[in-house]
Design a protein around this ligand. Structure first.
Ligand SMILES: Cc1cc2nc3c(=O)[nH]c(=O)nc-3n(C[C@H](O)[C@H](O)[C@H](O)COP(=O)(O)OP(=O)(O)OC[C@H]3O[C@@H](n4cnc5c(N)ncnc54)[C@H](O)[C@@H]3O)c2cc1C
Length: 579
């Protein structure tokens, strides 16, 4: 077993995820859970082996950038070599279903692979993450014709995909998109410019563009946007009007090409319904947000490993620095941040998978009418709705926590290296440079906590906390129960504070980060306790997370509750001191 896979992922694979129900719902009578689960483990072990083997070359080639040669984007050699190895192992596009020649890997497995790829090279992860996300969006929203034409080519790695949203004036605010889609004789043509497009030299672009017919009325909103699949080469073999005009020079993820793209009357095929492109793109973005959370967890894991090794080897004052209490505390805190974020991510993935499987069983029930009784169908549909609410809250929280953890853990890893950490060639410096972007793309941290707040405003806390309460009340072991009671207490404090917040929207937005932190604290606390119940070696981890986080939660809730709209005015007054 490769150490790259890690104990936590194995724990979920072998014990914590209910694969019996997952495969029964997903495949019905065709499922053989032992065989299916063994296949997932084999996939993960293969990915772990490739990532571990490639890590030294990837880290050594970190400075090398993708190049624009004529009209083609060329990856650095170490990136191309690893892509080839993953492609040869069939691991180039994760969620494409079997009927389109893919493996249909669950979200949990796909995200553990992305985490391992990111641990080896965060730049490479972006290429694979988008390959998976774009294919799955086509699978979810595309016509059968588009799916048959493109998904097998995604699964084999013959084509790669990019997601084209951002424009110079449209970053976080996608309502400002100006790229225009014009309908001519039943065909669609795209004109405009996109920037910061990851893997922009690839064959398939999923483009969000504003429909010409409603261009003026819909300006400034996400209405009137449609999603188009635009290939660089048309099915006839002709070149489409898509060109890479520039590759960016960046602080990190150098192996990942970030391109400016010009669409000159490029033909696009509508994906999903006209005017509902933002909804279809949100599905991709939510998927991609879990992917970026996994990217953060992978970078954090890499930084922690390097820091731990260094702290054990470096001797000062006659002993390894890892033995100095302050260093020990820092290393423990880094481990907690990593494991707390991972717990949120894996929980979110398990919910996504459960809902995917429910979707399959409901589809079969509609076709065959005898797989589920009426009562079972109603029960499953209710679970689907509740899971959907949970996923909508957990996805931005997992993205926020995983990426902020990558940023702070990799920064701490530099500190642990002392002066060596500041040298240009330091591994931890490279990891920190890669970590920063994870808090920015796929929606910045500020956007994630605002999304979480929005879901809380819609009542998500009630649904999420109801489930948590049930779980926390099942702990019988006195040690676990004591910790579970602390989390329950924390949940009550949050409910009290959130009520006070939601009365004033501007004030609520100002406190969105605090609210996200405390909600993430209790969800991750419950999840870590679940891990500890199955693997008692993880008890100290769970207890330490809970004791540190509940102290922080109390003070944050107190501040949220006591605070007033004056805080916004006061912030303006403080900033004005710089004028
Ligand atoms: C390396 C890289 C790869 C990328 N890959 C892709 C890609 O493949 N496809 C794609 O379409 N885009 C991509 N992007 C674009 C990326 O998604 C955007 O950069 C990101 O969404 C932020 O937009 P912006 O840069 O315009 O920042 P802005 O939206 O201008 O934000 C600037 C700052 O203001 C804050 N802010 C903005 N609005 C609010 C608000 N309402 N509340 C609180 N704070 C706010 C932000 O959090 C941020 O701190 C990539 C970017 C980079 C750098």
């Amino acid at each position: 077993m490769s150490a790259y896979l890690g104990d936590a992922a194995l724990l979920y694979l072998q014990e914590l995820i209910d694969w019996d129900t997952y495969f029964n719902w997903r495949k019905g009578e065709a499922s053989d859970v032992d065989v299916d689960r063994a296949a997932l483990q084999e996939v993960l072990e293969t990915a772990a082996r490739i990532c571990q083997e490639q890590e030294p070359a990837l880290r050594a080639g970190w400075h090398e950038c993708a190049q624009l040669e004529g009209d083609e984007v060329v990856y650095p050699r170490h990136i191309q070599e690893t892509i080839d190895k993953l492609r040869d192992a069939g691991l180039i596009s994760f969620g494409v279903e079997e009927e389109y020649d893919g493996f249909g890997l669950p979200s949990f497995v796909a995200n553990v692979i992305l985490q391992m790829v990111s641990r080896a090279d965060a730049g490479l992860m972006t290429i694979l993450g988008l390959q998976a996300g774009v294919a799955e969006d086509i699978q979810q929203f595309g016509s059968e014709e588009l799916k048959r034409a493109y998904l097998p080519r995604f699964a084999s790695g013959e084509v790669m995909g990019a997601m084209d949203l951002t424009e110079p004036q449209a970053g976080s605010d996608l309502g400002a998109i100006q790229t225009r889609a014009t309908k001519e004789d039943g065909r669609y043509f795209l004109d405009g410019d996109k920037i910061f497009i990851t893997n922009g030299g690839c064959e398939i672009h999923l483009v969000l563009a504003r429909d010409d017919e409603t261009y003026d009325q819909s300006k400034g909103t996400t209405k009137g946007l449609s999603l188009y699949l635009s290939p660089r080469t048309m099915p006839s073999g002709e070149k489409n009007g898509i060109s890479v005009t520039r590759l960016e020079d960046k602080l990190g993820i150098h192996g990942s090409p970030t391109a400016a793209i010009h669409f000159d009357h490029a033909e696009g095929f509508l994906v999903g319904k006209q005017g509902e492109g933002f909804k279809a793109m949100l599905a991709l973005m939510n998927n991609a947000r879990l992917g970026v959370a996994a990217q953060g967890v992978g970078i954090a894991e890499a930084a922690l490993n390097v820091a731990l090794q260094y702290a054990r080897d470096r001797v000062q004052f006659g002993q390894p620095i890892a033995e100095q209490p302050l260093m020990k505390d820092r290393l423990a805190k880094m481990t907690l941040e990593l494991e707390g974020s991972r717990a949120l991510l894996y929980r979110a993935c398990a919910l996504v998978d459960q809902n995917h499987a429910i979707g399959k069983v409901l589809a079969r029930a509609n076709e065959e009418a005898n797989e589920l009784s009426k009562a079972e169908q109603v029960e499953i549909e209710t679970l689907y709705e509740r899971n959907d609410t949970r996923i909508r809250l957990l996805t931005p929280l997992a993205k926020y926590m995983g990426t902020e953890a990558a940023d702070s853990i990799s920064r701490d890893a530099i500190q642990i290296h002392g002066g060596l950490g500041f040298m240009a060639e330091a591994e931890v410096g490279k990891l920190h440079s890669d970590a920063i972007i994870t808090t920015i793309y796929e929606g910045t941290s500020e956007i994630q906590v605002s999304f979480a707040l929005k879901e809380i405003g819609r009542g998500a806390l009630t649904v999420v906390f109801e489930g948590l309460e049930q779980e926390l009340k099942t702990f019988e072991d006195p040690k676990l129960k004591e910790q579970a009671d602390k989390v329950l207490e924390g949940m009550n404090l949050i409910l009290g504070a959130a009520g006070a917040l939601l009365a004033d929207f501007s004030y609520a937005l100002m406190s969105a980060q605090s609210l996200a932190e405390v909600v993430a604290s209790v969800i991750a606390g419950a999840e870590l306790l679940k891990q500890a119940k199955t693997d008692p070696r993880r008890f100290d981890l769970a207890a330490s997370w809970i004791s540190r986080r509940m102290v922080d939660l109390e003070s944050r809730c107190k501040r949220i509750k006591e605070g007033s709209a004056d805080r916004l005015d006061r912030a303006s007054a403080i900033i004005a001191l710089n004028d």
